[in-house]
Design a protein around this ligand. Structure first.
Ligand code: GTP
Ligand code: MG
Length: 590
């Protein structure tokens, strides 16, 4: 299949309304999109009526997939208009001119067209019956020059010396909804046109005739003669297009010359499109859809609302846990038990009794290393305690979230979301250790940032890790450790300790948020997006619009058929006096 680059439309007849019509979705488009939206519906939270809604969704999907879409696809298949006639009549030239592009090669060799061309609107690609001979025998081309609802076929000639050409042309005509018969001023008297028209009448197929290459001076005479003949054959209602001979030329005919044919095809397309919705058997099914879709949309909206409530519940539960965790840190909660005992031992061993002269520590490197090694186990205990605090905060957050989601006053759908607070629980010990290590790293960074002779002496007296440990122990709440560090560092120590304490409080206060990530990610999923039901709502509105339109068309269809507008015109735009029949015959009966 290929796209044909379109020549810009030039005739005033190809106005904006025509372009707009080409992009109005058809009923098939709407139902196809609806199927996609319905299939995408998820109702994750176990809200009241969810089981029913899911059952309803499955039945709706079945109805759309098994019944409506196949029927609509069939009914929306483009009406096949075959351009047929004798070789050299100018079929391909006319065809290309109507499409505004050289889609089917025309030429001087007789016959030229051997491979039929099947052109349809790109938006109809889904409904082209790929297995029908019209498509299988042809090169299939998508082009916006063809109105939606129509497939325009350029056929090989009907009177060729080539038997295969004649066979193909006949096969195409068998499957055609409309025969656009092209003959010339020189050939319309032959037997072929009249035989073909009789064949069409016999089959009840609709026919329109193009009298091509008519010399301008004889145009009125020839048209009158042809119309007399049509009357003789009882075919005076056949639409007739008279195209004047433009003399020897290459390429496309003047746009104005083919405009009436094009306009008439558009008219026909509109009728074909409404044909697809006049079928009563579908009307009942279609009428049931809007309410069905609305109920499903309500179920989706209930999920969205419940998701928002879960989100709010989680957000509301977090601050209390975070605040409690922060209070615990500021109250010295991590410096308990073995940390205190360890520090007491260090104090007893006078590890903190560094000689200080004029505010500067006096200690050898060796003594410093010894102190560092002595403090190390207490630091290890402290960091383990930080890790435990991190994890117990996570446990508290988990418990609080679970209670908020399942206890009294829990939102609908909360119990479904509650298990998600355990999401990532297996990673927490690692995260806890990482948080403690990061906090330690911060202290080491602070120690290394201390400059000046006094700071160098302090770092020598305890080693960097030892001094960092003093600051961390101070931040954890051991005032003696703050004093010990201040002795060697000065006032700056207290400031660093404060910073480290605040940072630890922040790290632990952030834990509840981490625990809530799983639940929050869940309720941020597409099933809970604000616009989760928008697609269904839009589809529903479009369905109502289309079926209302279809009903109106059905009501007006009979009238339209009886007031058949005259469209048979020649290139000068003057009415030819003949009338257009119900080109497809079906909707008159509907
Ligand atoms: N003078 C003149 N020549 C035309 C006109 N329309 C088509 N031709 C020429 O007639 C020749 C045959 O045109 P085609 O469009 O290939 O005819 P066709 O009916 O498709 O022929 P087959 O494919 O063989 O069945 C080409 O050389 C065209 O240029 C016309 O209105 N006036
Ligand atoms: Mg041809």
């Amino acid at each position: 299949m290929m796209d044909v680059t379109q020549r810009p439309p030039s005739g005033a007849d190809r106005g904006a309304s025509e372009a707009a019509e080409a992009f109005t979705p058809t009923l098939y488009d709407v139902v196809r999109d609806l199927r996609r939206d319905v299939a995408a519906v998820r109702l994750p939270l176990d809200l009241p009526g969810r089981g029913d809604a899911l059952g309803s969704r499955d039945r709706l999907l079945g109805q759309l997939e098994q019944h409506l879409l196949p029927r609509l696809k069939e009914l929306s298949a483009p009406a096949v208009v075959v351009v047929a006639g004798s070789t050299g009549a100018g079929k391909s030239t006319l065809y290309n001119s109507v499409l505004g592009a050289e889609v089917s090669p025309a030429g001087v060799l007789r016959p030229t067209t051997r491979e039929p061309v099947y052109a349809h609107h790109p938006a109809d690609a889904d409904v082209v019956p790929a297995e029908a001979p019209a498509a299988t025998q042809s090169r299939v081309v998508a082009t916006e020059a063809v109105p939606r609802g129509i497939a325009l076929l350029d056929a090989p000639d009907l009177d060729s010396l080539e038997e295969s050409n004649r066979d193909t042309a006949r096969l195409l005509l068998e499957g055609a909804d409309l025969w656009l018969f092209v003959t010339t001023a020189a050939r319309y008297g032959d037997a072929l046109p009249w035989q073909t028209l009789e064949l069409a009448t016999e089959r009840g197929a609709s026919v329109a005739m193009v009298l091509n290459r008519v010399p301008r001076d004889t145009l009125p005479t020839i048209r009158a003669d042809l119309m007399a003949r049509l009357r003789e054959h009882g075919m005076d209602s056949t639409p007739l297009f008279v195209v004047p001979d433009l003399g020897p030329h290459e390429g496309l005919l003047d746009d104005a010359v083919v405009a009436p044919v094009r306009r008439w095809l558009t008219l026909l397309a509109g009728r074909e499109r409404s044909r697809s919705v006049v079928v009563r058997t579908l009307q009942g099914s279609l009428d049931a859809l809007p309410a069905w879709v609305a109920r499903l949309a309500e179920a989706v909206e209930a999920q969205v609302a419940a998701g928002a409530a879960v989100r709010a519940t989680v957000r509301d539960a977090l601050p209390d846990v975070a605040a409690a965790a922060r209070r615990g840190i500021l109250a010295g909660g991590v410096a308990h038990g073995s940390v205190m005992a360890g520090w007491a031992q260090l104090a007893h061993a006078r590890v903190d009794a560094v000689k200080v002269k004029d505010g500067t520590a006096r200690s050898s490197k060796r003594a410093g290393r010894r102190r560092e090694a002595a403090i190390e186990p207490v630091l290890t205990d402290l960091l383990a305690s930080v890790g435990h605090t991190w994890e117990s905060t996570a446990d508290a957050a988990e418990a609080a979230l679970r209670a908020a989601l399942t206890g009294d006053g829990a939102p609908a759908g909360g119990p479904d979301a509650a298990p998600l607070v355990e999401d990532g629980a297996q990673d927490r010990p690692v995260q806890a250790r990482a948080a403690a290590a990061a906090w330690e790293g911060e202290a080491l960074g602070a120690v290394r940032a201390l400059t000046g002779g006094r700071a160098d002496a302090a770092r020598q007296a305890y080693g960097d890790r030892g001094l960092a440990a003093l600051l961390l122990l101070g931040a954890a709440g051991l005032d003696d450790a703050v004093r010990a560090s201040s002795r060697v560092v000065g006032d700056e120590a207290a400031a660093v300790v404060e910073r480290l304490r605040a940072s630890l409080a922040d790290r632990v206060a952030a834990v509840p948020g981490t625990v809530a990530t799983g639940v929050l990610a869940y309720v941020d999923g597409p099933a809970f997006a604000d616009d989760a039901a928008t697609g269904l709502r839009l589809r529903r509105a479009e369905l109502v619009r289309q079926t209302r339109h279809a009903r109106a068309m059905r009501g007006g269809g009979a009238r339209a058929a009886s007031t058949r507008p005259a469209v048979a015109v020649d290139a000068h735009g003057t009415a030819g006096g003949t009338t257009v029949p119900a080109a497809h015959g079906t909707e008159g009966a509907a």
